[in-house]
Ligand binder design. Structure first.
Ligand code: NAD
Length: 419
């Protein structure tokens, strides 16, 4: 199968992971491409009128990985490094993630190659609306439901919902999740990914017999996922000693004051320059001795170059694809409990699913109900993954991927091949 359309470091990595698991599961060669290759992808040129009256064209993508179990689901990323290959890798990981936690979705992902920090609010809105307009043939509550990812947020989701609804002639809140609560968003969606990361960290600590008091954590990427994970872990008594963003990091051995840090980030849009910590680079941050390391930024941060030097007991992958297969092989030889991405950050898509269900029924739940149902699904997936890993003597990543891939494979077998 020629993969050149998607060829990129992240897509090669996602395929490498898949192939290892497919060998282990003895999936016949003939079934592999059907599972691996994205079903559909759309590339769009997105012309945007800039504030200076010039027109700039941005490239946008949407990849839907498989349509076997229901509509597709996945975030939209606005970042300068977005390529169709990266989007395809993220879509494939979404498929295994949704299947692992038992959601009736295939995986999807979207993105626009742009730097949202360099756009004015008006330019960001026009870019979002035009990108949505271009996607209209392939999205919808029964087709493909976007959500936030790196560089997008509730406001961006609100514009997507509004643009889609204007075209349909009526409000369609179920076209997108991660919206403001006022527009049909779910209570607890914004916090869901980070809260889920912290829940699974506490389950890993129970499993390893580590007490929260005196435990230290380091977080790469202080955005939606990283900052909420930090706050949730601090509530459990864990000390957050270092955090970073795209501009640099900060370290304080005594623990960072997260309330003050959040005020600083709200005022300056970065953790850099926080007065109650000393500067640290992202490279140093990943090697800082700690009990819990949470990569919550981008892919391929833990590689064969640094995996042997990482000093933590628990590696909790808030980000998608933060660890390469080469690094995985090194980590497997070390006493590090890796909570793999498709499990660790699944809280986001789980509560997105709850939001979609609430929108379809126009019947909304309390935050307590959302959190309770979220933790129940996470617990089930955590225990299934841990049990398989112990029974088969395989890593937690291998176990999680096996569970997800097997469900998609079995569903394809049951549906058969048309015609
Ligand atoms: P975000 O845009 O809110 O935050 C990303 C953070 O990472 C920012 O602070 C950014 O400055 C930082 N960052 C970017 N490049 C970096 C680098 N090289 N080094 C250190 N920090 C860097 O995005 P988010 O929604 O928090 O997503 C973070 C990760 O979590 C992504 O991998 C995303 O795919 C994954 N994820 C997000 C959700 C969700 O619900 N938002 C759900 C599942 C997985």
């Amino acid at each position: 199968m020629n993969l050149h359309l998607y060829d990129s470091p992240s897509f090669r990595m996602a395929c490498q992971q898949f192939d290892l698991v497919a060998d282990f599961m003895e999936i016949p060669e003939a079934a592999r491409d059907r599972l691996k290759m994205p079903k559909r992808s759309l590339s769009v040129a997105v012309p945007v009128r800039m504030d200076d009256s010039s027109t700039q064209v941005f490239m946008g993508y949407r990849v839907q990985h498989h349509l076997t179990l229901g509509p597709t689901k996945g975030g939209i990323r606005f970042h300068p490094d977005v390529t169709v290959g990266e989007v395809a890798a993220l879509a494939m990981w979404m498929s295994w993630k949704c299947a692992l936690v038992g959601l009736p979705y295939g995986g999807a992902k979207g993105g626009v190659t742009c730097d949202p920090r360099k756009l004015s609010l008006g330019e960001l809105e026009r870019l979002t609306r035009r990108y949505t307009q271009e996607l209209i043939p392939v999205i919808g509550p029964q087709v493909d439901i976007p959500a936030p990812d790196v560089g997008t947020n509730e406001q961006v989701m609100a514009w997507i919902m509004d643009t889609y609804s204007l075209q349909m002639g009526h409000a369609v809140p179920g076209v997108v999740t991660g919206k403001p609560v006022l527009l049909g968003g779910s209570l607890g969606r914004r916090e869901a990914t980070g809260r889920g990361v912290a829940y699974l960290i506490s389950r890993a600590m129970d499993t390893l017999g580590i007490a929260a008091q005196g435990t230290t954590a380091v977080i790469q990427g202080y955005g939606n996922v990283g900052s909420v994970a930090a706050i949730s872990m601090a509530k459990q008594g864990i000390k957050i000693i270092a955090v970073s963003d795209a501009f640099g990091g900060i370290y304080n051995a005594a623990g960072l004051d997260l309330n003050k840090l959040n005020d600083h980030v709200a005022a300056t849009r970065s953790v850099v320059g926080f007065p109650n910590g000393q500067p640290i680079t992202n490279e140093q941050l990943l090697l800082t001795p700690c009990d819990i390391l949470v990569p919550a930024a981008l892919e391929r941060q833990i590689t064969e170059a640094n995996a042997a030097q990482i000093q933590c007991r628990i590696l909790a992958e808030g980000a998608n694809g933060p660890t390469t297969p080469e690094a995985d092989a090194i980590l497997a030889q070390r006493d590090i409990f890796v909570i793999p991405d498709i499990l660790c950050n699944s809280g986001g898509v789980i509560v997105s699913y709850f939001e979609w269900v609430q929108d379809l029924q126009s019947f909304f739940w309390s935050e307590g109900e959302v959190i309770d149902k979220l933790f129940r699904l996470l617990e089930q997936a955590f225990m299934q993954t841990l049990t398989l890993s112990r029974n088969k003597h395989i890593t937690l990543r291998f176990a999680a991927l096996s569970l997800g891939i097997k469900r998609v494979h079995d569903a394809k077998m049951l549906r058969g091949l048309y015609p």
